[in-house]
Design a binder for this molecule. Structure first.
Ligand code: WTA
Length: 647
């Protein structure tokens, strides 16, 4: 990360923005921040008063079983109630909640009243087919309103949703369903992406072969069976429109305990299969509510647009739960940013007069590449705040975003957080924090970051750590409490949460994220464990061993390079390469395809047999290789280097 270490431009919040912001000065931020750290329980309890509870808490934070923290024990509430029902009492009842646009150009608008009715009918439909509180429901849907409705319907009846991004393969779906024992799947016949229909239901059918736990599949008609007429399995499958049509328009909210499980979301780690991250009710609710309010400075007449997919944590926290608790009007778009042309996003901003726009650096880099002409055709003057999430943003992309999209008027919030953190952790407070291109800047309220060595000493550049628990923190890994403790809490003897990122603190005290310190690679903002790909490759009969590394990529942020050792005497050619790519598509999904696959007779290893990934990264980046004398066989590296240059 050479470029960010020399970056010292600084942009003060625009005075026009600051004057109306919730937090409009550095002093206002500092005062609230200090309060939140000095007495976190008082801070969070006060914020919690802004939400609705069936019963208030006995205590704010219970640390007695750390790291299994409990927030607001004794309280009873419901997330769906806070996202929908509480807005029906006042002027928000007929406010647009969702302004949805399909990729082919069809549109739908749902008010909060509409959302309430549709969610209640959906929830009643789920109950009718036997879904109960605590059951796990897998959701595999395109970006259509029913995705948000399905999530809220689960929350309403206390079913634990596990949304699976619609780009995942049948095998990935199966693994997730088997891991959590889901009993019901909600999917669609298809969804639009780049003018083609993705056949989601067929993928689900394939996934369910050999799965015992699922007894019901609810199918939303989106693509109208064309060109993928989907199979209908009597007794198991239910058309959504038929299931809900005669349901009562009201459905009581389940009174959830503060620590009742809300959802599972699978994410990649360093080893083995993806892990089911557990989020629970009250803490996640409050954390997404408050971060949305302050970080997006969300006001009643804003038109909010987060371009993420609900299949990732960003969509959970900043499409469904955060914005809806704040009674936001938001845009939801089904398809690709370059369909029918590269101006689609800007057309949508102009059409609905979006005021807040939240996207990923990888998208920003693609827009830059496509050229300014796509923006110039559209009126973007409605925008007042921009955000980024998912990966480090390079200063060049930041400056382009600031100038071309934000017209040097809109603050940019570069939000660092994770599936595990539930919501924003490090981020500028718009209106208060002067921003620097590529820098996630300062902690949100209640968050106490530190930068440590492996031994736990504070340093200016090292490993990011978080000191105190916050309400949105994950509560565990589904079915694997030991892995939860090992992964996040063992590094510094339980004293800090370990996120897996490197960081640097500058002279102003700002924190810069330097990327992962483990074997997780961030491809277009999608978290991929290199071990996942490696375990797929070695399943091939001709493959002996494999190592996958991440390297910088112009648009995707990082790309994957796979080094594969073939069993002696077996062919390694383009045919094998094709088979390996197909295996990745099948086991994970197309988005996890490596940029390149290199074959070699061996991998560089230390004398004790450990693969030297750093050397592989250097080879893949075309760097000068340092000392290779510790290698068991230095000639391996030469062969790989030669191949890399030839390929
Ligand atoms: C990376 C996405 C730099 C980081 C919300 C983290 C970022 C991982 C940023 C989590 C950012 C996310 N700057 N890096 N603003 N935001 N990351 O779980 O490495 O999909 O650990 O959550 O993305 O990815 P996840």
């Amino acid at each position: 990360m050479e470029s960010v270490s020399h970056e010292n431009r600084k942009f003060e919040p625009h005075p026009d923005f600051a004057k109306d912001a919730y937090i409009g000065s550095p002093e206002a931020y500092r005062e609230l921040y200090e309060k939140s750290i000095a007495d976190p329980e008082a801070f969070w309890a006060e914020a919690a008063e802004e939400l609705d509870w069936f019963k208030k808490w006995d205590k704010v934070l219970d640390e007695s079983e750390a790291p299994f923290f409990k927030w607001f024990p004794g309280a009873k509430t419901n997330l769906c109630y806070n996202c929908v029902d509480r807005h029906l009492k006042g002027p928000n009842r007929n406010k647009a909640a969702l302004i949805w646009e399909g990729e082919p150009g069809d549109t739908r608008v749902l008010t909060y009243q509409d959302v309430h009715r549709e969610v209640c009918k959906f929830a009643n439909g789920l109950k009718q087919i036997g879904v109960k509180k605590g059951d796990r429901v897998a959701i595999y849907l395109p970006m259509i309103p029913e995705l948000t409705l399905a999530v809220l319907a689960c929350a309403r009846i206390g079913a634990v949703h596990t949304v699976i991004f619609a780009g995942f393969s049948a095998e990935s779906i199966r693994d997730r369903i088997n891991d959590c024992g889901a009993t019901c799947v909600i999917t669609a016949d298809g969804g639009w992406r780049r003018e083609r229909v993705l056949s989601l239901k067929n993928t689900v059918d394939e996934a369910l072969e050999g799965v015992d736990s699922v007894s019901n599949v609810v199918v939303v008609k989106r693509a109208h069976g064309d060109p993928f007429p989907c199979h209908y399995k009597e007794g198991r499958d239910h058309w959504y429109h038929r299931l809900v049509q005669d349901q009562p328009i009201d459905c009581p909210c389940e009174e959830m305990d503060a620590e009742d499980m809300l959802f599972l979301l699978y994410t990649s780690g360093t080893t083995g299969k993806p892990k089911g991250i557990i989020h629970t009710t009250a803490g996640y609710m409050l954390y997404t509510y408050l971060t949305t309010k302050y970080i997006f400075d969300l006001k009643p007449d804003d038109v909010f647009w987060c371009t993420a997919d609900v299949g990732w944590i960003t969509g959970h926290s900043y499409i469904v739960y955060g914005p809806m608790q704040n009674a936001a009007t938001q845009i939801m778009y089904e398809g690709a940013p370059n369909t029918p042309d590269e101006g689609r996003f800007w057309e949508i901003v102009e059409k609905y007069r979006a005021t807040i726009f939240y996207t990923a650096p990888t998208a920003i880099r693609a827009f830059m590449k496509w050229g300014d002409k796509w923006l110039e055709k559209h009126d973007l003057s409605s925008l007042r705040l921009l955000g980024t999430v998912g990966e480090p943003i390079n200063p060049e992309a930041w400056i382009w975003y600031h100038k071309q999209v934000g017209a040097e008027r809109c603050p940019i919030v570069d939000t660092w957080w994770q599936t595990e953190t539930g919501g924003h952790m490090l981020t500028p407070i718009p209106g208060a924090t002067a921003t620097k291109p590529g820098c996630a800047t300062v902690p949100f309220f209640g968050i106490e970051p530190a930068i440590l060595t492996d031994e736990g000493e504070e340093v200016d550049a090292g490993i990011l750590a978080i000191k105190k628990p916050w309400p949105g923190i994950l509560r565990g890994i589904y079915g694997d409490p030991e892995r939860f403790k090992d992964t996040y809490w063992c590094k510094w003897d339980g004293k800090y949460y370990f996120p897996g990122d490197g960081a640097r603190r500058d002279k102003d005290g700002y924190i810069w994220i330097l990327g992962r310190v483990d074997d997780v690679v961030n491809v277009s903002g999608h978290r991929i464990g290199t071990a996942e790909l490696e375990s797929v490759f070695v399943e091939h009969k001709d493959v002996a061993e494999s190592a996958v590394v991440g390297v910088p990529h112009e648009i995707k942020g990082q790309g994957l390079i796979a080094f594969v050792t073939v069993i002696q005497g077996r062919e390694h050619d383009d045919h094998l390469r094709k088979e390996l790519v197909e295996m990745i598509d099948k086991s994970i999904g197309k988005f996890a395809r490596p940029e390149r696959i290199l074959f070699s007779s061996d991998l560089p290893k230390t004398r004790s047999g450990k693969i030297m990934r750093r050397l592989l990264r250097d080879i893949a980046e075309g760097k000068e290789l340092g000392n290779t004398t510790t290698l068991a066989d230095p000639s391996v590296v030469e062969e790989l280097q030669r191949q890399y240059e030839e390929a």
